[in-house]
Design a protein around this ligand. Structure first.
Ligand SMILES: Cc1cc2nc3c(=O)[nH]c(=O)nc-3n(C[C@H](O)[C@H](O)[C@H](O)COP(=O)(O)O)c2cc1C
Length: 182
């Protein structure tokens, strides 16, 4: 697929088939993440790959609980009445991009994340960045440890992947050139 087509067509997907992701597709997504640029070529990004739906649902429960504590749960609770998995949307794959703390680690992980989401789209897979998980779990060392994240690492990008039940239409963006200096 042409890069332009992937950039213009990718959307955040919020409803997934249960069908698992083939091993080759997973390998290609991970490789796309690894190929992203990184400051001083430090290559700090590491991937925690979670394909166990039970585990994904357990994490979703923690996220929901913590969002409730943060006062952000009311809208989700409302949505949960019609859609059971309001955090990970039934996705069969959750990839956490983690890295040791560093000046550029978060930027490096974000770049890896975008590569992975675009490559997923190229492979016919949907994706979504799950900021709710980052916000609620990033300081919960016990949960991070359970997930295999080391104490000197941070959780930067939680991403879900899977086959979409349907593809939303491409979405336009606001006009964002603020100034041109010629
Ligand atoms: C940092 C970040 C955090 C996000 N967190 C969530 C989230 O927790 N749940 C969700 O459904 N979508 C989340 N999204 C997806 C955005 O809502 C989505 O990218 C935006 O609405 C634009 O839509 P599009 O990705 O389909 O173009 C997040 C996106 C980013 C970049």
């Amino acid at each position: 697929m042409e890069v332009e087509k992937a950039i213009m067509g990718r959307r955040s997907i919020r409803d997934y088939e249960t069908k698992p992701i083939p091993e080759e597709a997973l390998a290609k997504i991970l490789k796309a993440g690894a190929m992203a640029p990184s400051a001083m070529d430090a290559q700090p990004c590491r991937f925690i790959v979670i394909e166990n739906r039970q585990k994904i649902l357990e994490i979703a429960e923690k996220v929901k609980q913590k969002l409730g504590v943060l006062g952000m749960g009311a809208r989700l609770a409302e949505r949960a009445k019609i859609k059971p998995d309001v955090i990970f949307y039934g996705a069969p794959l959750l990839i956490l991009i983690v890295a040791e703390k560093g000046d550029w680690s978060e930027t490096d992980c974000n770049l890896a994340a975008q590569n992975m989401m675009l490559r997923a789209y190229d492979l016919g897979l949907g994706s979504c960045y799950i900021g709710f998980m980052k916000k609620t779990i990033r300081d919960d060392r016990e949960t991070l440890r359970e997930l295999g994240i080391k104490d000197n690492q941070e959780l930067y990008c939680p991403l879900i992947f899977g086959y979409p039940k349907k593809w939303p239409e491409p979405k336009d963006r606001v006009e964002n050139i603020q100034k041109r200096i010629k």
